[in-house]
Design a protein around this ligand. Structure first.
Ligand SMILES: Nc1ncnc2c1ncn2[C@@H]1O[C@H](COP(=O)(O)OP(=O)(O)OP(=O)(O)O)[C@@H](O)[C@H]1O
Length: 453
């Protein structure tokens, strides 16, 4: 059992010394502490793999030390050491979270067996904890160690400090385009100036122009005072035009003019003004197709499509699914003031197999929901929503039966489109129906049929 770090907290010096000697002979690293206070300090500093804790200690007692250790790290296994006649208290300690107890005097073999069994049991929890300890959010805010993510972070680093003033981000909904846009800003020399985010899909058409470029007092009905445009606010900083594919054609011409000349005109103003904003635009649409369909200006497309960053879908990022799930679980737990949920290996497999049409956003929402429903608990595959829990079954069935039937594939594509439209319409069914080009009634029927209502 090399590489195992053991912390012994016991006030009997000779006992600690002899255990230390014996465990070191087994290749373990052993530290000793003679009081609960010292033991806690030691645990904080060296993060042991297992703690052997005497029930009877001077100062803060064994039970209190156990509680404090659990607060420090809920996954740290603690084995209680009790004297004869203390069995009741030892059992109580197990109820409080100790993994086991040994009664003095005990054989070395018994102790070695307990340590081995405990560490083996703790492996799943440990793996998660490993991720948690590594869960240091990178400067970019972009979590993930997959090859795709490393490449993305490298690209963001390079582009942020380059002179590129127009950047286009492409990726499915929820892949992290907004996070990337912000990372480009915070890693650029513009970081001390404003990062201004505009969601082109959320603004009603008649307001977009005045929001973006500002308006003079009285420029239109209801313009009671002069309005400063978001472009002006982004001067020296970064303007993030999210969902640029939703920009109405009339506005596309005005944005193009600004991108080409750096000048703009507030609504109702005769004078043109300048603003030096780096523009990062994002879309989940196929802009080239929109150009072909006449929905997006070709000149604006080419103007934007110079420095393009593709953001991979979550399903193509391998282990990132589990790394991100662990990150969101830890973050939500901190918010709720509880221990993070732990995903069993079977549950992790289901997450790996799911297609994640809503990408990282869908995963984040899931982990938030699980934390609220099962605070600090182990999540079994069956605790996951049916569409995720069923993933391996579907995968196995399709593997046996060859490629999925056309109806299944159509249904899955339909579900993705409907979910995407609902997301883009912020859950508003009328708008989602418009985006899909169907009636509200037809959308309702589809939602029912797909089990999404
Ligand atoms: N790599 C990542 N690391 C940490 N959090 C992430 C990552 N990617 C996305 N997120 C989180 O997932 C959520 C969705 O991300 P974001 O809003 O950036 O997606 P988006 O691609 O801009 O979506 P949309 O196209 O719908 O606007 C956010 O809460 C974001 O913080």
């Amino acid at each position: 059992m090399a590489d195992v770090h053991v912390l012994i907290i016991d006030d009997e010096e000779t006992f600690v010394r002899s255990l230390r000697f014996a465990l070191k002979a087994e290749g373990m690293t052993v530290r000793g502490a003679h009081s609960g206070e010292d033991g806690l300090e030691e645990a904080r500093r060296q993060r042991p793999d297992i703690v052997l804790l005497d029930l009877r200690l001077p100062g803060i007692g064994g039970m209190e030390t156990l509680t404090a250790l659990r607060e420090l790290d809920g996954t740290l296994p603690v084995v209680m050491i009790s004297a004869h006649g203390d069995t009741r208290a030892a059992v109580q300690a197990v109820k409080l979270g100790a993994v086991d107890y040994l009664t003095k005097p005990f054989e070395l073999d018994e102790l070695l067996h307990t340590i081995a069994a405990t560490l083996d049991q703790g492996r799943v929890a440990e793996e998660l904890d490993y991720h948690r300890r590594r869960d240091v959010v990178p400067v970019s805010g972009l979590i993930g160690d997959s090859a795709a993510m490393l490449t993305l972070r490298g690209t963001v680093d390079r582009i942020a400090t380059s002179s590129a003033s127009r950047i286009l981000l492409l990726g499915e909904s929820g892949t992290g385009k907004a996070v990337v846009a912000r990372a480009i800003h915070t890693q650029s020399p513009r970081r001390s100036r404003a990062f201004v985010e505009v969601n082109c899909a959320a603004l009603p058409e008649h307001l977009i122009e005045s929001e973006l470029f500002g308006a003079e007092k009285g420029a239109y009905t209801g313009a009671h005072q002069k309005r400063t445009g978001l472009v002006t606010l982004a001067d020296g900083g970064t303007l993030f035009l999210d969902e640029i594919g939703e920009l109405p054609l009339t506005m596309q011409a005005k944005v193009l003019h600004f991108l080409e000349n750096g000048t703009y005109r507030a609504v109702g103003s005769g004078r043109s003004a300048t603003a030096d904003a780096r523009v990062v635009a994002a879309t989940n649409r196929d802009l080239a197709e929109d150009v072909r369909q006449g929905r997006f200006r070709e000149d604006l497309f080419y103007r934007l499509n110079v420095i393009t960053i593709g953001i991979p879908a979550l399903r193509d990022r391998g282990e990132d699914v589990v790394v991100l799930a662990t990150h969101f679980a830890a973050r939500q737990a901190a918010e709720e003031g509880c221990r993070p949920v732990e995903l069993t290996p079977a549950a992790q497999d289901r997450l790996r197999l799911h297609r994640w049409p809503g990408n990282v956003r869908e995963l984040k929402n899931l982990m938030e929901r699980l934390t609220i429903l099962y605070p600090g608990q182990r999540i079994e595959a069956e605790d996951l929503p049916p569409e995720i829990a069923a993933a391996p079954a579907v995968a196995a069935a399709t593997a046996d039966a060859g490629p999925p039937a056309l109806t299944e594939r159509l249904e899955s594509a339909e579900r993705d489109l409907v979910l995407d439209a609902l997301h883009r319409a912020s859950g508003h069914k009328g708008r989602a129906a418009d985006l899909l080009g169907i009636s509200r009634h037809a959308l309702k029927r589809r939602l029912q049929r797909l089990g999404l209502s």
